[in-house]
Ligand binder design. Structure first.
Ligand code: ZN
Length: 314
């Protein structure tokens, strides 16, 4: 049996996991992400964690297949990162550098794509060949699997579904600088934006008027309690999300759509809300899609990162 590491590098913590070659997660731990000095400590810290784990457990490097790592930014197929703003990084080859520090082969990928690969391999997409994963958090991230392969694209930004334009008439800007991106409506932030706009546009009484800082959960809770503004905001949200996923399905024709991120805590209410709108907008031949909630939670990135290394080096 051989083994390897899957690493999910985030802006505040690095999640490390040790797997056997069948994809069983044997051990996992976290270290802080030290972004001081333009992020120059991050890779030495990761290398020390990996090397230390192998030494403590008296594991020979010859039994290690390699290291896979998911990075919060665009990464080329050769392992060149192209600016990770959260980490203070510029442009350099992370695979070569981490490989030099650990004496192990390294494969790197974009974190959202890597998390999608994890869900495809061991989570909500297991057994499928074509999958869309949409992560509905503060923003909207995603990853796309076509014919069993994650779409990385020419510049490492394949699967950046959050910036697909859904509304040409939007006046506020998305974080990317454009207007009308899916992320502005389909994220958790989008749920509260839609509710705030409805509150501002009417004087209908609503329990949300007394909430100081409206979060997505407040809107779902209000709707569940029968609040008219909450219900209307969710209908708008489901319509945007249904249209968004229908448009993507016309390109990908997935077997399964996996939804991740904070909004998924709503569970079945979310799935039931999207489906009628999805079927209203989707091309008929791409309509036989199963919706599911992501299953690996915070470990998806580590699973996918190890799968990257497994595919590259095993
Ligand atoms: Zn955008």
């Amino acid at each position: 049996m051989r083994y390897g590491f899957g690493i999910d590098l985030g802006g505040t913590t690095v999640k490390l996991a040790y797997f056997d070659e069948q994809g069983n997660l044997l051990y996992k731990w976290e270290i802080p992400t030290n972004t001081a000095d333009s992020g120059s400590h991050i890779l030495p810290d990761i290398a020390a964690a990996v090397n230390g784990y192998l030494q403590e457990n008296q594991i020979e490097k010859s039994s290690i297949i390699g290291i896979g790592i998911g990075v919060p930014g665009p990464v080329s197929s050769k392992g060149v990162v192209n600016k990770c703003v959260n980490l203070g990084w510029g442009v350099f080859n992370i695979a070569e550098e981490l490989s030099g520090l650990t004496d192990l082969p390294v494969k790197a990928g974009n974190d959202a794509n890597v998390a999608a690969l994890g869900e495809y391999w061991k989570g909500g997409g297991a057994g499928c060949e074509n999958m869309i994963m949409a992560t509905l958090g503060t923003g909207v991230g995603g990853g796309i699997v076509v014919d069993g392969r994650v779409l990385h694209g020419a510049h490492g930004s394949g699967g950046e579904i959050g910036h697909l334009v859904l509304n040409r008439d939007e006046t506020e800007r998305c974080g990317c600088g454009k207007r009308g991106c899916a992320e502005q409506y389909c994220s958790a932030t989008g749920v509260s934006t839609l509710a705030k706009r409805l509150l501002a546009a009417s004087d209908t009484s609503s329990s949300l008027r007394s909430v100081e800082k409206i979060m997505a959960k407040d809107v779902f809770d209000a709707a569940a309690a029968g609040d008219e503004i909450g219900k209307a905001a969710l209908e708008q949200y489901f319509a945007y999300l249904g249209e968004f996923l229908a448009n993507l399905s016309c390109v990908i024709d997935p077997e399964v759509i996996v939804l991740g991120g904070g909004v998924c805590k709503a569970g079945q209410v979310l799935l039931d809300g999207i489906e009628p709108y999805f079927h209203k907008y989707v091309f008929h031949a791409a309509s036989a899609v199963r919706f599911t909630i992501a299953q690996l939670g915070n470990d998806a990135g580590a699973y996918g990162a190890f799968k990257l290394a497994l595919d590259a080096f095993a």
